[in-house]
Design a protein around this ligand. Structure first.
Ligand code: DQA
Length: 154
């Protein structure tokens, strides 16, 4: 009798991290609110933690709404982490794109949007996200990555 075993290699889960408008200016922009770390530094921390968690992460910074919608529509990731920045408070198009692709999405903010101006308290994204992490500075992204790992391991 021949018994053969097939090694089943588990596919590495892919996480797309999108940074929205003006986040390319991190480190220089309103440092009292957003901190002194540059986006390059934050991305390095995201990629290092992703590696530790066994995730394949890719980061993108996009200033325009249409580019963000197009990136969300591409089928090249398993979970999305998104800081939609100012589009959080205005964009039905980004909300609809997230709803359309039916992949888990985690909304991230460096600042606590609920302790700031009233117009920041409304998120169009929260209703279609698996969850929202707001107020932990760059660590918000790292917490989101851990949440993505949990969701993708289910
Ligand atoms: C932000 C909060 C938004 O209100 C703002 O427009 C941003 C950054 C944050 O990460 O705290 O650009 O998303």
């Amino acid at each position: 009798m021949i018994i053969s075993f097939m090694a089943v290699k588990k596919k590495t889960q892919r996480v797309l991290v999108i940074h929205g408008p003006n986040l390319n200016l991190l480190g220089k922009r309103e440092t009292g609110i957003y901190g002194k770390k540059s986006l390059t530094q934050i991305n390095a921390e995201i990629l290092a933690l992703a590696k530790d968690l066994g995730l394949d992460a890719r980061t993108l910074q996009l200033n325009s709404e249409g580019d963000i919608v197009e990136a969300i529509q591409k089928d090249n990731y398993d979970a999305l982490i998104i800081n939609p920045a100012a589009y959080t408070h205005t964009s039905i198009a980004i909300r609809d794109a997230i709803a359309a692709v039916e992949k888990p999405a985690i909304e991230v903010h460096l600042s606590n949007i609920y302790t700031r101006e009233d117009f920041r308290k409304k998120s169009y994204i929260a209703g279609v996200a698996a969850g929202q992490i707001s107020g932990f500075g760059p660590d918000s992204y790292l917490l989101a990555l851990r949440a993505a790992k949990t969701i993708l391991s289910r």
